[in-house]
Structures are given as C-alpha cells and as structure tokens.
Design a protein around this ligand. Structure first.
Ligand SMILES: Nc1ncnc2c1ncn2[C@@H]1O[C@H](COP(=O)(O)OP(=O)(O)OP(=O)(O)O)[C@@H](O)[C@H]1O
Length: 309
C-alpha cells in the first residue's frame, strides 16, 4: 500500500538532553486510520509535533505526501491538519471566524461554502456565531477539528481526541472520523482507550520510551490484547491448585483464597462454565467472582516486558 507519511530514522533530543524519540521508522498508509498507542511520556506528542513541523527533528527525516517536512515545510504542512491534545482558542472569538481564520493561515482563499459544509458535518452550524467560551467541552473539541480541517488537508492528526469526553460524544467522534476517512482523509490518532483503537483503527503502532515496539494490523494486535481476567474468591483458602485444574493455567494468590484465570474474551468458548463445574467437583466453594479486562497500561507493561526479554 502506498505511504502518505514516511518517517525514517527519526530521533529527537530536547535541549535538556532528554531523548524523546530514538531512531523511529514509521510508514502511514494512504487512506488508513492509524492509532498510535503508548503510555504517558512515550513520545507520541513529540512524534506528532515533528511531523506537523511544530518541533524540529534532531536526526532523520519525515515526508508528508512526498514533501520533506523541513525542506518543503509549507507544502508538507498544507497537507496536514492537527487537532492538539490541549484545547486552545480565543475565548471571545466566534466559531465561524475561528475556523475561517485557520483556513487563512494556510494561504487558502476564503471559501464560505466549504466552511459551512464543514460546520454542518461537525454539527456546529447552529453554533457558528457563538463565542468559544459559550461552548461545551465537546463542542470546543469539534471546533478544533473544524479548524484542523479548514484548509482541506489530506492527513489529519488527532492527539487524544476523546480524552475526558463522555461516552456518547466519543461515539459521535468515532462516526465523524469514519466519515472523514470515507472522504479520503488519512487519520492518525493517539489514544489511551483500547476500545477506541479497537473500534477505529486499521493498524496500530505501539510506542514506548521513544521507540516503536510494533506496528500491526489491528486484528492481529487485538487477538493478543483481548484477554480478560476472572478472579475467583474461594470460601476457604487452599494451599495449592488441584492438579485436575491444570488445563486452566490458574494463578493462586499469596493468601490462597483467590484464583485468577486469564482467558480470551474473543474466542467463543465454554471454558468458564467448565472451570466453575470443575471447581465444584473439587469441593471448592466460590465466595465471589470478578471479571476485569486488561488495562492498556497492563498490556503495555507485558508487551514491553516481552520485548525486553
Ligand atoms: N520541551 C521538552 N523538553 C524536554 N523534554 C520534553 C519536552 N517535551 C516533552 N518532553 C519529554 O519527552 C517525553 C515524551 O513526551 P511526549 O509529550 O511526546 O509523550 P506522550 O507520549 O505524548 O505522553 P502523553 O500520553 O502523556 O501525552 C516525556 O518524557 C517528556 O517529559
């Protein structure tokens, strides 16, 4: 598949001497939704800032739609829209001028029809005359997206687009991103929400400590990440796991009263029912059951652990 962004050997060392990116290679395919996942401080924003020309690379290069982001800065930048993590805007400016002004910054001639279409698509048309300070957080976020799209870029970066956004709005946001993709926009988003990556992304990249750990098709990665943990609290502690339960690969906690069973929630299976039956057969009475999904953080820890071994 042809690349729209090509990052080669990218290293960023801040003035403080801290190296936030180390020799990063990454290709983003034209027309895809790419999710960049990583714990806090992994280097996601640094990477996006360099690609968007806000911060300069120490080594390496980035091409955006064939334009080098340093040598052909203007051409490269005109291809890109960025929705930053922090919402920043003039509180007294109204929606229409904020979006129109952003378009002007890229030297694009004014195009009221296009801005109207954009605001309608983002359900902001009835707020076009409202000042930014009058909008809810979710609306402000949509204005940021409208600003980022105002110069008709082919590539859209969304840095934590749904952080602190309620479930309903998050779903709207996903729908909107899908529509943009259908219109041919390539989308790169960073997120901490596994559900978001799962719902949206075609491919996923995992970054940690400034290094790309892996880039995979979503399905392949989700198969790895999709484990759930069932904690079974027993009425009476046991000193060891009965051999009859070996197939379940259970863990027993230090107190001997909680068994943990890790299972793949994606695979249709009757393994939980079998496990519970076997526990009863072994005379182990259950006091409480609790099921939890592995958090992204846990998944990263295990991924990183795997990679470091
Ligand atoms: N201007 C700067 N000077 C020095 N160090 C910086 C600077 N900006 C970022 N860093 C450091 O670089 C590392 C990567 O930061 P970055 O903001 O890229 O991470 P992130 O993956 O976006 O994190 P988060 O998920 O918290 O937004 C962090 O350790 C951060 O402290």
């Amino acid at each position: 598949m042809p690349s729209i962004i090509r990052v080669s050997g990218l290293t960023k060392t801040y003035e403080s001497g801290f190296t936030a990116l180390q020799n990063v290679d990454l290709d983003i395919h034209r027309g895809e939704i790419f999710a960049l996942l990583g714990p806090n401080g992994a280097g996601k924003t640094t990477l996006i800032s360099i690609i968007c020309g806000i911060s300069s690379p120490s080594e390496g290069s980035v091409q955006a739609d064939g334009f080098d982001i340093v040598r052909d800065y203007r051409a490269a930048r005109s291809k890109i829209g960025l929705v930053p993590q922090e919402l920043c805007s003039d509180a007294f400016e109204n929606v229409w001028s904020a979006v129109n002004f952003s378009r002007g910054l890229f030297g694009k001639p004014s195009n009221p029809e296009f801005i109207e279409k954009l605001l309608r698509q983002l359900s902001l048309w009835d707020k076009k005359d409202a000042q930014m300070r009058e909008l809810s957080g979710g609306m402000k976020r949509r204005v940021m997206i409208a600003k980022a799209l105002s110069h008709e870029p082919d590539i859209l970066f969304l840095d934590e687009p749904t952080a602190g956004v309620d479930v309903e709005l998050r779903k709207d946001m996903w729908e909107m991103v899908r529509q943009l993709r259908e219109q041919g926009v390539t989308i790169i988003l960073t997120t901490h929400y596994i559900e978001e990556a799962e719902e949206m992304a075609d491919r996923i990249g995992v970054i940690r400590k400034g290094k790309i750990l892996l880039v995979e098709e979503k399905q392949a990665l989700m198969d790895k990440l999709g484990s759930k943990l069932l904690s079974i609290r027993l009425q009476q502690p046991v000193s060891q796991i009965p051999a009859e339960l070996e197939e379940f690969n259970l863990q027993l906690d230090a107190e001997g009263d909680t068994l943990s069973y890790r299972y793949d929630s994606r695979q249709e299976s009757d393994s939980i029912a079998r496990l519970l039956r076997k526990l009863t057969e072994q005379g182990l009475e259950i006091r409480d059951l609790h099921s939890s999904e592995s958090s992204l953080e846990q998944i990263f820890v295990s991924l990183v652990h795997e990679k470091e071994q």
